[in-house]
Structure formats: C-alpha cells, structure tokens
Design a protein around this ligand. Structure first.
Ligand code: TGC
Ligand code: FAD
Length: 395
C-alpha cells in the first residue's frame, strides 16, 4: 500500500489490481460500494443482532444491477462480463455476506437456471420480474439427509397428465420464506434429476423459516416442503437432466463467492489497520509493534493473492474456460483466507474486537456459513484432489 488509508471504505490495492479493471468494472464497483455505504452499513449490525433480513433491500439490489450482472439485459440481467459480476459481489460482501447471498441466490441460482434451461416463454414470464426485484426466488437442492451428496436426493416428481406431482423437502434454503418462486431439483420416475419452477402459493407448498442461526443472521433461511404439489409441465426445464443441471448453477454462485469473500476480508483488514494506528499501548500505536505488523503484512499478502486468483478466474470465465475445479479452488481458498483474516483482525482489536462496534465478529460468524454452503471446504478440496490425481474420492 502506497499510503496509510483510514477510511473504512478505502479500497486497498497493494498490487494495483485496479489497473486490471475496465472503466465499466470500476463504475459498477463504485456504484455498489456507495450503495453499501449508504444502505447496508448503517443498519447491518442491528439486522444481524436481531436476526432480521432487511427485505426492503431486495429492490435496491435490483436497482444497482446486483441480480445476474452477466446475464443478458433482455433476460433481466446486467449484460456485463464475469469480472463485473465478481467486483459487485466483492463490494456487497464488504457490507455483509448475507446481503451478497440475497443477490447471489437471485442471480446465479434462480435467474441463471431459468435463463439457461427454461423455455423461452418461461424465461420471459419470470426473468424480467426477477431482475427488477418484483419477484424474489430461492434455490432448493439441499435436503435434510442429502447435503454434500445431492445426488442421493429423495424429493421426486410423478407424471400426472398435464402436471407433475412433487413430493419431498428441502433444507437450508436462502430466501425461501420470502420467495415468490423456487427453483427446485427433484428426481423423475426414471431417477433423473430435473429442475423446475414452483410458485409460492401452490397448494401443498410451504416454506417455514429456520430459526436459531448464529451465522448469516441478516439473511433469511428456511425449508421447502412439498406435499402433492401440482407443478405444470411447462414449469419443468425441458432438456437438462442429471446433477449437471444444479451443479452448473453452483459453479456460477461459487465463482461469485470467490470474489465476495475478498470484500469481507478487506473490511476486516481495513478495520484492523485503522485500529492498529489509533490504539496505543506502551506509549505507542500497536501498529508499531512487529507482531502486529506481521499480522497486517500477512493479511494484505493473502488478500492480494486472493484478488489475483479471482481476477485470473474471471478472465478464464470471460473466455468460457473456467473449469469447475478451478472455481472450487478459488472458492475454497478465498473463503478460508477471509475467515483467517477475520480471526487475525479480531486479535488486533483486542477486547473491542468481540463487540458490535466493529464488523469483525459479524464477518467471522457469517464466513462460517460461507465456508460450508455452496460445497464445504473439504468437498472443494476433494474436487481439487480429483482433478490433480484423476481419482474420485466420492465413489
Ligand atoms: P459427479 O458424478 O461428479 O457429477 C455429476 C455430473 O455433473 C457434472 N459436474 C458439473 N457440471 C457443471 N458444473 C459443475 N461444477 C460440475 N461438477 C460436476 C459432471 O461432469 C457430471 O456430468 P455428467 O454429464 O457426466 O452426468 O457427481 P457426484 O454425485 O459424484 O457429486 C460430486 C460432488 C460431491 C462434487 C457434488 O455433489 C458437490 O459439489 N457437492 C456439494 C453440494 C453443494 O455444493 N451444495 C450446494 C447447495 S446450494 C447452496 O449452498 C446455496 S447457498 C446460497 C447462498 O445463500 O449464497
Ligand atoms: P454434510 O454434507 O452433512 O457434511 C457434514 C460434514 O461432513 C462436512 O464437514 C463435510 O465436509 C463432511 N463430508 C461430507 N461428505 C464428505 C466426504 N465425502 N469426504 C469428506 N468429508 C465429507 N442449500 C441449498 O440448496 N440452497 C440454499 O439456498 C442454501 N442456503 C444455505 C444457507 C445457509 C445459511 C446454510 C448453512 C446452508 C445453505 N444451503 C443451501 C445448504 C448447504 O449447501 C449445505 O449445508 C452444504 O452443502 C453442506 O451440507 P450439510 O450441511 O448437509 O453437511
């Protein structure tokens, strides 16, 4: 860093990663950063403390283009590239991982599968309203007994003339209690995984909220329960069959998380740096002690490595070359990096670090979820292990 910056929203850019961004990327990043500063930061500690989802922000997220930034404009997205999508997620997660979750689910896990797999008619029915925040969506893959192993799912559909009958349950579903529609993955009578849009209000469909989360508290999470729900045949994605369908959506969302985690790490780092320059012990700023400098130097080194990993992944994604294994490596590394930085930042803040006067504990608690959802830390390790050895640890 060329100079000491103490504004919490100052962008720390040790390796001039900024120079790798286009004007459009910078504009998108600036707009989202400003929105987070105005709309998220003033309320987020209280939302998190009270476990209240700031639902009014769903519309604002649409206005800043946070839903499907790389989906074409015609289909409700932002028409930008994958790096723009990344920097937007980074700035949202600088505010809070739960706010980034609100956007990543809507864009990557609801709009993307509809854009990629639904009929043209269904696309035009749902996507513009999802892009504008008029509809909120959720994504149901995980089940009570099938988390890391979604291929074992038991939720199923049976043919009944002009509709399918859907039965089963999904667990840990972000936004489900407030969603107007759910993209649901279920097995057909041949045992093939199929994707479909299930509208809220369908008879037999409920979405109870899950309470007691000590992490991602500003994000609302629930179940999806289906008891003989009639799903019109046109709502079932016609072509895509098998786990490849939902996993392709996860690739999109995991990519966004790889960028998002950098935002949480930067917020912790910025706070720790500022505190280390302001807080005095033994007659001088604690930032002057070698052990504090070691912490800060290692933090900015890890952030810089994560930024470069994300940027390279974004370039590969723009060229259509990013592989699932590359995405796994970046998601795993960057989320773990952010969690480690939150822990180091907490130490630099001493006792103050455990209070809600600083964002550290909230980020740290949030990142425990981020380390687990979209594939756990260990699942991503095994995906990398499979890529490098050619041996599948799951089978
Ligand atoms: P496997 O046999 O390896 O693969 C089945 C088919 O899928 C293909 N594939 C992918 N395609 C696209 N993108 C990817 N990332 C893909 N990974 C695999 C694969 O080529 C194969 O295709 P085909 O055509 O040959 O059939 O499947 P497996 O059953 O052995 O599972 C592998 C494993 C364990 C890696 C996978 O199940 C997995 O990733 N598990 C983790 C589950 C997970 O991530 N769940 C996330 C739920 S959603 C969520 O957490 C949202 S949080 C939202 C928020 O708030 O932000
Ligand atoms: P399990 O799969 O039971 O794993 C438990 C432990 O066992 C983990 O440490 C795991 O790494 C380990 N393990 C499992 N298999 C192996 C193996 N083969 N080798 C080594 N170790 C293994 N899902 C959705 O579908 N949609 C959502 O919107 C969504 N939002 C979420 C929001 C929150 C707040 C949370 C907490 C979760 C959300 N999830 C969602 C679910 C999330 O994706 C799962 O929690 C995650 O995939 C892990 O599944 P599990 O919790 O059942 O853990």
């Amino acid at each position: 860093m060329s100079s000491v910056k103490t504004d919490r929203f100052q962008f720390h850019d040790h390796y001039l990663v900024e120079d790798l961004l286009s004007d459009d990327h910078r504009m998108a990043r600036e707009a989202v950063r400003e929105w987070v500063k105005q709309e998220v930061s003033p309320i987020i500690e209280e939302c998190s403390e009270k476990a209240e989802c700031p639902k009014h922000l769903f519309k604002g997220l649409a206005e800043i283009g946070a839903y499907g930034p790389s989906i074409p404009v015609k289909y409700g997205g932002g028409g930008m590239d994958e790096i723009a999508y990344g920097v937007i997620m980074q700035e949202l997660e600088r505010g809070d991982s739960g706010i980034r979750s609100m956007a990543s689910v809507q864009g990557s896990l609801v709009m993307y599968p509809i854009y990629k797999y639904a009929s043209e008619e269904q696309k035009m029915k749902y996507l513009p309203k999802l892009g504008s925040g008029e509809f909120i969506g959720c994504f149901g893959l995980t089940e009570p007994d099938h988390g890391s192993n979604p291929s074992g799912m038991v939720t199923n559909i049976k043919d009944d003339g002009d509709a399918y009958i859907l039965n089963g349950a999904k667990m840990w579903i972000t936004n489900s209690p407030v969603a107007d529609l759910a993209v649901v993955w279920a097995k057909d009578e041949e045992g093939k995984i199929r994707g479909m849009v299930v509208e809220a209000g369908s008879k037999g469909f409920t979405a109870p909220e899950i309470h007691g989360k000590l992490s991602l508290r500003a994000s609302i999470t629930g179940e999806l329960v289906f008891e003989d729900v009639r799903v019109p045949k046109e709502n079932v994605f016609p072509e895509i069959k098998g786990l490849r369908g939902p996993l392709s959506c996860l690739s999109k969302a995991r990519y966004g998380i790889a960028w998002g985690a950098i935002g949480a790490a930067l917020d912790c780092y910025d706070s720790a740096l500022r505190y280390s320059l302001e807080r005095e012990q033994f007659g001088r700023p604690i930032g002057g002690f070698q052990l504090t400098q070691k912490k800060l130097a290692e933090m900015i080194t890890e952030i810089t490595k994560a930024q470069l990993l994300a940027w390279r992944l974004g370039s590969l994604a723009n060229d259509g070359k990013a592989t699932p294994a590359q995405i796994s490596m970046a998601k795993r590394n960057n989320v773990n990096m952010a969690l480690e930085i939150a822990r180091e930042a907490r130490q630099i803040h001493g006792g103050m670090g455990i209070t809600n006067e600083y964002p550290i504990m909230r980020h740290m608690m949030n990142l425990e979820t981020v380390l687990t959802y979209e594939g756990t830390h260990d699942i991503h390790l095994l995906i990398t292990g499979m890529e490098v050895t050619g041996l599948n640890a799951f089978k």
